[in-house]
Design a protein around this ligand. Structure first.
Ligand code: PLP
Length: 435
């Protein structure tokens, strides 16, 4: 970390964040305190020169007629306006940010009447997680999360930010383990960072309506008790919920304006929501009770500063494509069709598990109700030995994590699911017979 004094622009943002006695500055990491958007450098000077008859400020190339200087062979393939050859702003395309926020309110009606920042565009969720880590995590800080989590959190938060992951058991019986989270929120340390991911990777579990409210209450109690909380919501698989009674909105609606000691940051994007894994566009959005425009704008500026620091700006063609897709008259229907494809696989798995009680001798299905995945706990055999046998002799691939086998039904055709589970059962029986 630099030993230079904090930049004047960062100081200004910190002052904005502190307005009204807000706890936000005390949640920021050292790097977060130093972060600022360089609005007075090249970007600021370019902005001032915008519209000049001769504009020699911009580090992109233009033809003599003022259009982007681009290769005709790429232009011929272009599905978006020629402007998408240029850089997007580090904050993201204004129209996309506005539209995504509008869609957040449509997707989570509990947000109505509440406030949140404009989303800042990142290079998909991985980058959104990293930027959040940079902004809020100092080396040695602890992130509290369930023990079944996406393994890339280790690289991002531990290796990338020097933080520690402190886990609690995800399930208590067949339920999300809200009491275990509450226990972790007790104890010493005024600043607590919590990471929740629903629908979850790897379990495919989303909190039920009851559990979502219980999570809210636990976090509220901690905030009322004086803890300063940052809650990170990884909403990568938002919307893929297949059962009644499961919380269908983002927890953001419940948490965004809950208490002035609780800052919620929602990380989401089209990667899984809109089935565009390689597009690399994501969003970071903040919500906090008592936060006003200066707080939100300062958080957006710091976040955009870290986007500028790490990738300069996110994929412009991807952002344009998304804007076009969201305005497409058939967007909602097509999304429903893709959802139905995944839902049908989910229902088939439920049916297979019901029709084959004998499979319970070989494996137990963990709770699942949403997302791309489900997990099974092999009975009496080691998960990795099972995985290797499945690949070697059954032409069947699965992922081992924490003694479980993760099955991505998102990538298995409906008519292969029976075979997948039959193979699992047969492989467990074979292993048991030979060991
Ligand atoms: C829980 C979770 N969060 C984030 C990501 C990363 O998403 P992206 O591809 O948008 O970076 C994944 C991808 O697998 C994930 O499972």
């Amino acid at each position: 970390m630099s030993s230079k004094p904090i930049h004047a622009l960062a100081q200004k943002l910190n002052a904005d964040l502190a307005a009204g006695g807000s706890v936000v500055p005390s949640l920021l990491s050292q790097r977060g305190l130093r972060a600022y958007f360089p609005s007075q450098g090249i970007l600021g000077q370019s902005a001032e020169a915008r519209g000049s008859r001769i504009n020699a400020t911009i580090g992109t190339a233009f033809e003599d007629d003022g259009s982007p200087l681009s290769l005709e062979c790429i232009e011929a393939m272009l599905l978006t306006p020629p402007d998408s050859f240029l850089y997007a702003p580090s904050q993201g395309l204004p129209a996309l940010r506005a539209r995504w926020r509008e869609m957040l309110f449509e997707k989570s009606p509990s947000l109505l009447g509440r406030t949140c920042s404009l989303p800042v565009v990142t290079s998909a969720l991985t980058h959104a997680l990293y930027v959040t880590g940079l902004l809020f995590l100092d080396p040695g800080d602890t992130v509290i999360l369930p023990d079944l989590y996406w393994d890339n959190y280790e690289l991002i938060f531990q290796e990338g930010c020097g933080a520690r992951l402190k886990t609690f058991k995800t399930f208590r019986g067949r339920h999300f383990n809200v009491p275990a989270l509450e226990r972790q929120l007790g104890g010493r340390g005024e600043k607590k960072i919590v990471l929740l991911n629903f629908p979850n990777n790897p379990t495919g579990y989303t909190a039920t309506e009851e559990e979502a409210l219980a999570l809210r209450d636990v976090l509220l109690r901690a905030a009322e008790g004086g803890k300063r909380l940052l809650v990170i919501l990884d909403d990568a698989y938002f919307g893929l919920v297949y059962e009644k009674g499961v919380y269908r909105e983002s927890l953001f609606g419940l948490l965004a304006n809950l208490h002035p000691n609780l800052l919620t940051v929602k990380l989401d994007g089209p990667t899984k929501e809109d089935y565009v894994w390689g597009m690399r566009v994501g969003f970071v959005t903040y919500g906090m009770q008592g936060a006003g425009a200066p707080h939100y704008q300062a958080l957006e500026a710091k976040t955009a500063g870290l986007v500028r620091m790490t990738i300069s700006n996110a994929n412009n063609m991807g952002q344009h494509l998304l804007l076009q897709a969201f305005a497409h008259p058939d967007y909602a229907r097509q999304k429903q069709v893709k959802f139905a494809t995944l839902e049908a696989r989910y229902r088939r798995i439920r049916q297979i598990l019901r029709r084959h009680p004998e499979y319970r001798e070989s494996f137990a299905a963990m709770p699942f109700n949403s997302g791309y995945f489900m997990c099974v706990r092999p009975a009496g055999v080691l998960a990795d030995a099972l995985r290797r046998l499945l690949v070697a002799e059954y032409q069947t691939g699965a992922i081992v994590q924490s003694g479980l086998l993760r099955l991505a039904f998102s990538s298995v055709p409906l008519d292969r699911l029976d075979e997948l589970f039959a193979n699992l059962d047969a492989a467990v029986r074979q292993l048991k017979a030979t060991t």
